[in-house]
Design a protein around this ligand. Structure first.
Ligand code: CMC
Length: 427
């Protein structure tokens, strides 16, 4: 196969080199295009545009395949745990026992949150969405850790990363305590990352409080499945903001805001609200499918479709089984799960969804588990953020380590051509 593309324009020919990735994906290098031809490329939504080379996560949307640092998500979800996955994403290799213990200890050193940050949390009005709270407080970490903002060396970046990994679950858990009007629960360094996060969410202060291991396991799996997904909207935001050397806290705060939207991570909240709407409407999935297909209606079936997956999202397959297990183990019979399964089946058999290769995505079943675990609906996307944090950090680190240039797209200007200023009296 050829290793170049030849572009012919205005009577001239330009050779554009083709690169091949480690999973045999191809890309055309257009970095010399504008200099040689004056042309730019146009690709709104970046549907065909690669923004970087990356060694972190591979996904094949046609095959429904997802790898973290080369390891299939199915194996990782089955055999690993979230602490190990965080290490893998950041460092590139699975840790030895000693390496993992050192990493976890470094995170634990950073779980003390500044008192002023608690005051900021308390200043948010009732009804604040927790995604807004965690984005603001993550950005505020720049003020409390000024020496960890302009980082350049490996050690400095690692230090900033473990600071954020330590502080973030506390902020995330406390945003829920705040919206529920409950007292804040301190981090407990004798617990695993996930169990500690869970107890900060739910510890009711009762003597000998202990989280149910079944629930902690389910949480762990959900966080693993959300941990990275290559150059999605929030990861690209983290890289773009970070490319100006704005610092880790500001970059991740921007990623959190990107995740919040219902077309991205906010879909998990939107899915549950949609399933409840179907239930309240009498459970007629066909009516909602018809609405989703109607081009005059802005309604979309939340939890369906994906920019890259044109096949089953492998995370959705795992989460569907996990949802079944969690509900069975906890003895919960939630009719919402039946509605979700009915909706999925009907869509998979529907020509509109078949023709467009629209399958359930990661957000379709995750909300059902969160609901079973008594997570408030508005906290669902926060759960996604806690899971995605190591992925964002890994993307941010790689971007800095590889000296990615500042992100700055071009545009095709279609506004007014040059014209003379018109005095107010003459308008
Ligand atoms: N319901 C109905 N029609 C849909 C849906 C949907 N959920 N998703 C895509 N389509 C249609 C769309 O109308 C278009 O039809 P046509 O070709 O007739 O114009 C076609 O499918 C292609 O869609 P697109 O909007 O060009 O695809 P995209 O890659 O720009 O958007 C998406 C991807 C995820 C934003 C979109 O599928 C969507 O809005 N899904 C619902 C929201 C959702 O579940 N988001 C979570 C994504 S996965 C996790 C994450 O990123 O956080």
């Amino acid at each position: 196969m050829s290793d170049k593309v030849v572009l012919s324009y205005d009577g001239k020919e330009l050779e554009l080199p083709v690169s091949t990735g480690s999973m045999d994906e191809k890309s055309i290098d257009i970095s010399k295009l504008r200099g040689a031809t004056g042309l730019i490329t146009m690709d709104p939504g970046y549907k065909n545009t690669g923004s970087c080379e990356s060694k972190i996560t591979f996904l094949d949307g046609e095959e429904g395949k997802l790898l973290y640092r080369g390891y299939p998500i199915e194996q990782i979800a089955d055999k690993s745990n979230f602490e190990e996955v965080m290490y893998l994403l950041l460092k590139g290799e699975l840790p030895t026992q000693t390496e993992l213990e050192g990493f976890v200890a470094d995170i634990r050193k950073n779980t003390e949150v500044a008192e002023e940050l608690v005051q900021m949390l308390n200043a948010f009005p009732e009804g604040s969405h927790p995604m807004g709270i965690i984005s603001a407080l993550t950005s505020a970490l720049s003020a409390f850790n000024p020496e960890k903002v302009n980082v350049a060396t490996e050690e400095e970046m690692y230090d900033a990363a473990v600071t954020l990994l330590g502080q973030f679950p506390v902020i995330a858990a406390w945003s829920q305590r705040k919206i529920k009007g409950l007292p804040l629960v301190k981090s407990d360094s004798s617990l695993s990352y996930v169990e500690n996060f869970y107890q900060m969410l739910f510890n009711d202060g009762s003597e000998g409080y202990k989280a149910d291991p079944v629930i902690v396991d389910a949480f762990d799996k959900l966080l693993i499945l959300h941990a990275d997904h290559e150059q999605n909207c929030s990861a690209s935001t983290v890289r773009l903001v970070g490319s100006s050397h704005a610092g880790i806290f500001a970059s991740i705060a921007a990623g959190i805001s990107a995740l919040w939207g219902p077309l991205h991570g906010g879909a998990n909240q939107a899915v549950l609200e949609m399933l409840e709407a179907i239930q309240n409407d009498g459970g007629d999935v066909a009516k909602f499918i018809a609405k989703a297909k109607d081009k005059e209606d802005p309604f979309r079936l939340m939890g369906f479709g994906h920019r890259v997956y044109k096949n089953f999202d492998p995370r959705a397959r795992i989460i569907k089984v996990a949802a079944d297990n969690v509900l069975t183990t906890l003895g919960i019979n939630d009719p919402i799960l039946d509605i979700a399964k009915g909706l999925e089946q009907a869509c998979l058999e529907d020509d509109y969804f078949k023709a467009r290769k629209l399958y359930p995505n990661v957000d379709f079943y995750s909300g059902i588990i969160y609901k079973a675990l008594e997570i408030p609906t508005e906290m669902f996307t926060v759960m996604f953020a806690v899971g995605r944090l190591p992925g964002w950090i890994a993307q941010w680190m790689e971007m800095r380590q590889t000296n990615q240039p500042i992100g700055r797209p071009r545009q095709l200007y279609t506004g007014a051509a040059t014209r003379d200023y018109v005095e107010m009296s003459a308008r």
